[in-house]
Design a protein around this ligand. Structure first.
Ligand SMILES: [Zn+2]
Length: 337
């Protein structure tokens, strides 16, 4: 019995019941029985299935769950550097869940929702009549939604144009009805981070960058209830190699612009109109901000002017689709030419 008792003590770490053995012989006997029973019930140590069986049974996690774990794991060591994967092409099939061998990749990717690194990714193209032989461009509005957004939506509705809104996640929930209206009316809603901090700042870890991108993406999908294209716009348009690598790993394309209305600087409707009129080209991506009243005001003349000039106002996904641009994770796009 003593020998058995020592063996039990030796295995005590395997089950929570191991540990204290009472001095009374009767109690010791009972405890021995209980420990052996619980060892048999635990049963996983030495099982041929082991961890793999639990991994197979683990449900696919949502982006929110992945992020929740990231928050809980903030104190752990920094994630290993992700090597450049430019040689990985779209012909490589995405591994099935459980086949990921790179620990940070397994933790941070939700394979059901996001493409694999370097994969060509599609956008969400509306089922509407667009003539690829005619000029088109993408109006994009950043940093909203705000009290001025509905005016822009009204104008787009009046002239039959579609636009893309890069929204900040912290504004999404309190403007949920505006986000839903955007989606319902055929506009594209994409993420513009949570905090609007520059993603090239050295004060942000790779983990921080992933959170900024994924949280914004997930917040929008939670509101509109359907998947959105894996694209985002970095604050200030700042892009460096690290951001490209993280974006590629997450399966996101980066979208900036080729025409900056400078509305954030001029705060003047006439000036905004002038910049667009002077610089507009076929397949342009135009940057404006729906948080400024003069920007919304400028659209009263900018949108009809563009329609008058023959431009079809399309979403980013539509622009890329009809420009035969294959959106590739980790790549930066600034126009559809
Ligand atoms: Zn911005």
């Amino acid at each position: 019995m003593k020998k058995a008792q020592e063996e039990m003590r030796g295995k005590g770490g395997l089950c929570p019941s191991g540990g204290r053995i009472l001095t009374s012989k009767v109690y010791t006997y009972i405890v021995c029985i209980l420990v052996m029973l619980s060892l048999a019930a635990c049963g996983t140590a030495g099982s041929p299935l082991g961890e793999d069986s639990t991994r197979l049974l683990r449900p696919v996690r949502s982006v929110g769950e992945v992020l929740g774990e990231e928050v809980a794991g903030q104190a752990t060591a920094a994630a290993p550097t992700i090597p450049a994967t430019s040689s990985i092409g779209p012909e490589i099939p995405a591994p099935e869940d459980g086949d990921w061998t790179d620990p940070p990749t397994e933790e941070e990717r939700s394979p059901e929702m996001l493409p694999s690194p370097g994969q060509i990714i599609g956008g969400n193209v509306n089922n509407r009549r667009i003539d690829p032989s005619r000029p088109m461009l993408a109006l994009t509005f950043d940093d909203g939604p705000s009290a001025h957004t509905s005016k822009i939506l009204d104008l787009l509705d009046t002239y039959g144009g579609k636009a893309t809104f890069f929204v900040i996640a912290s504004r999404v929930e309190r403007n949920a009805s505006t986000i839903r209206r955007m989606a319902d009316e055929g506009h594209e809603v994409l993420g513009h981070t949570v905090s609007h901090r520059s993603l090239t700042s050295s004060s942000l870890s790779e983990r921080d960058i992933r959170r900024e991108i994924l949280e914004a993406h997930g917040a929008i999908e939670a509101i509109i209830g359907t998947p959105i294209a894996p694209m985002f716009r970095p604050p200030y348009g700042n892009v460096n190699q690290r951001l490209r690598d993280v974006s590629r790993d997450l399966g996101f394309a980066i979208v900036n612009w080729d025409i900056d209305t400078q509305d954030w600087r001029s705060r003047n409707a006439e000036a905004i109109h002038g910049v667009v009129e002077k610089n507009v080209r076929n397949r342009s991506i135009i940057l404006a901000h729906d948080i400024h009243a003069p920007t919304a005001e400028s659209m009263e003349t900018v949108i009809p002017m563009l329609v008058e000039m023959g431009y079809q106002l399309v979403t980013l996904s539509e622009l890329m689709h009809f420009s035969n641009k294959e959106l590739t994770a980790g790549n930066l796009y600034t126009h559809g030419r």
